[in-house]
Design a protein. Sequence first.
Length: 366
Amino acid sequence: MKRHKILVVNWRDINNPEAGGAEVHYHEIFKRLNRDSFDVTVLASTFEGCERESVIDGIPVSRRGSRLLFNYWIYANIHRFIKGRNFDLIVDDVNKIPFFLSRLTRKPVVSIFHHLFSSSIFHECSFIPAMYVWLSEKLIGPGYKNSHFSAVSKSTFDELVGKGLKPELGTIIHNGIDLQRYTPKRDEMVPNHLLFVGRIKKYKNTAFLIPLFAELKKRIPELTMTIAGGGDYLPQLRQMAEAHSGITVTGFVSEEEKIRLYRSAALFVNPSIKEGWSITNIESCACGTPVLASDSPGLRDSVKSGLNGELFPYNDLTSCVSKAEELLKNSKKLSELSFCARTFAEQYSWDRSAAETTEFLNRFLK
């Protein structure tokens, strides 16, 4: 059987220091496809100290353009890059600024969408770069109107359809996790311990965790919290946390330490304004730790109230404190949610995501 050649264009590759959930998604799926049925190449932006060409888990990675202007490099150079390489299909992996690759090449193109910022970008950036991202996303409707696409959640799918993409050309392929590594050990759980793991970004509303802790500690004096992850908002968050005894802000942690943190938490808290799906929610559930998340796009897809956690209205401190207190003080309910959380997470493996992606891509290959 012929092994088709696929080019995946993503803003960052998995070894980029700023790689996040979108990069984990492409890498976990396409390393499986590269192993089993396709010859995959990744094209991504450069970063400080990177090699121009490298191989990661068997996938050749080419790095071109700059961190901030990679999309302009694509617009000007994609024809020269693909010339002579005989790719059968190009995957436009949309994360950050869209590439509009179906408008730039006659090669077959399919698109994968993770997370659209929409107005949430104004919580993250100053006005001019935020406006640039916002306007770029406004062009997704006309730019991808006739494109075949997949989205990582119903929230993202519905948002794309609202922008003008045709629902009959789209499908939903959820993120996955490594269910063999992320496993429960509830005997390691520390009572009344809250956890957040993820990139420390302003738009993820991580500052909300500090007043949440302060208010909840008035009701549960033995409360503790760990906030883990790297990001440009980390210094500000650390400064805010210094005033509160019981909060540990670790910065970046290894995969092994992350799993240990999930297992040690009584409750995982995710207050983000908007996500594509939130892999961290499912990782936490796989470790048997229920999730308390804001009722926001993406988060409401990966958390179902009363099943693997609870939802609270975005940025509603009173509601979040009340729900957290109820769960932490009700060991029976917390235990039931813990069991159901693991069961819920078992639906979402990377092998399943890869199989569904293979089926999706094969529709466009001869």
